[in-house]
Design a protein around this ligand. Structure first.
Ligand SMILES: NC(=O)c1ccc[n+]([C@@H]2O[C@H](COP(=O)([O-])OP(=O)(O)OC[C@H]3O[C@@H](n4cnc5c(N)ncnc54)[C@H](O)[C@@H]3O)[C@@H](O)[C@H]2O)c1
Ligand SMILES: [Zn+2]
Ligand SMILES: [Zn+2]
Length: 363
């Protein structure tokens, strides 16, 4: 099967013929129909996330189940599925308390002594980013990250639920728990940030302030539910947000970029009792500077949100329903559809900021 392999950092992905193993135990073999390009894939290409190479990137996948391992009972061949990287065991403390996104069980991947899931033409093992490796015609994954979805949702839109939509909507709805009437600022309006805006709108936010450096993204943000926009290239965003809110600051700032300055700005634009939610992925070395005095006096909070706090089996079908009801805007999230051979173009467009999401679609 064909896959786009990252062999060298900062180099283009290379389309190769790989061999994929048969599913065993709780594994599922999925024929990929659509896979989105997320900035987290880019972090591996540019070295921000220094993972061992070679690797198949891609983790925002929709497809059709081809074959299941002997211990899979929840899925069968022919099911339409979304694959999400939040693999989970189902019985640890985090899983039992409704936070299965925090669980990463060893069974999400194959052990050192087992046959690798992917091999190249020379027989060498190839890694799967996030235990998925979605830029490929097929993926072999653990059952717990594979969710059956309704058959009437188009694959190219369903794929986005695998990461960007779940992350953004969930950051607003599940992690920040936006309440009706609250004021929410979203910093960074890529696929994740636009979804966070959409999530805040679904939650009933009174004001949604979208912040980005690109006018095109701010225009898009309005169509996803932003009531106000701030151009980050036009001076201090904190001052601009304070002005919009009459000096009060926001109830929630949701950071969807992954930079020290945007995270610190998120904290600095909070009103009293406000919560800053960090979604963007930084390097391991990145640190932030916050004022503990202002945090204490204003009873402000800072928290992280991983995969939108997703409970894979519950939330992903719900997001598919919200789309089918017209409440989740996935249509405009797909800026362009690409073939696997055009994938490097998709990453170049991401860096230029011209797209919300590019999706690789297979025939
Ligand atoms: N927490 C999680 O579970 C999780 C999951 C998926 C992605 N992410 C991360 O979320 C972030 C966003 O992902 P994406 O796919 O939407 O990326 P993207 O590249 O599509 O969008 C990023 C947006 O941020 C804007 N931006 C860049 N610098 C800015 C600045 N200084 N001020 C304001 N806006 C700025 C860009 O113009 C762009 O619109 C990435 O860091 C990604 O790795 C986190
Ligand atoms: Zn992602
Ligand atoms: Zn668990």
């Amino acid at each position: 099967m064909k896959a786009a392999v990252l062999r060298e950092r900062s180099a283009p992905l290379v389309i190769e013929d790989l061999t994929i193993a048969k599913p065993k135990g709780r594994e599922v073999l999925v024929r990929v129909t659509a896979v989105g390009l997320c900035h987290s894939d880019m972090h591996v290409i540019d070295g921000g996330a220094p993972l061992p190479l070679p690797i198949v990137l891609g983790h925002e996948v929709a497809g059709v189940v081809e074959q299941v391992g002997a211990d899979v009972h929840r899925l069968k061949a022919g099911d339409h599925v979304v694959v999400c990287l939040a693999f989970h065991c189902g019985h640890c403390e985090q899983c039992e308390s409704g936070h299965s996104n925090r669980c990463l069980p060893p069974e999400a991947m194959r052990g050192e002594s087992e046959e690798p899931r992917l091999r190249d033409a020379a027989g060498a093992a190839i890694g799967q980013f996030t235990n998925i490796g979605g830029f490929a015609e097929q993926v072999l994954v653990h059952e717990s990250g594979c969710v059956a979805i309704r058959r009437d949702i188009p694959f190219d839109r369903a794929a986005l639920i695998g990461c960007g939509v779940t992350t953004g909507v969930g950051a607003a709805v599940r992690s920040a728990r936006v309440r009706p009437g609250e004021t929410v600022a979203i910093i960074g309006c890529g696929g994740v940030g636009l979804s966070a805006i959409n999530g805040a709108a679904i939650a009933g936010a009174g004001r949604i302030i979208a912040i980005d450096r690109l006018p095109l993204k701010l225009e898009m943000a309005r169509r996803f539910g932003a009531t106000d926009v701030v151009d980050a290239s036009a001076g201090s965003v904190v001052e601009q947000v304070k002005e919009i809110t009459g000096g009060r600051g926001v109830d929630h700032a949701i950071e969807c970029v992954g930079r020290q300055v945007t995270i610190e700005d998120g904290f600095r634009m909070l009103g009293k009792g406000g919560t800053a939610t960090i979604v963007g992925v930084t390097s391991r070395q990145t640190t932030i500077e916050l004022s503990p005095l202002l945090m204490m006096l204003g009873e402000k909070r800072v928290q992280g949100s991983y995969m939108g706090g997703v409970r894979t089996l519950i939330d992903i079908p719900r997001y598919a329903d919200l789309y089918m009801q017209g409440r989740l805007n996935l249509d405009e999230l797909v800026s362009q559809r690409l073939t696997l051979a055009q994938i490097n173009q998709g990453f170049a467009d991401m860096l230029k900021g011209e797209v919300a999401r590019s999706v690789v679609v297979f025939d």
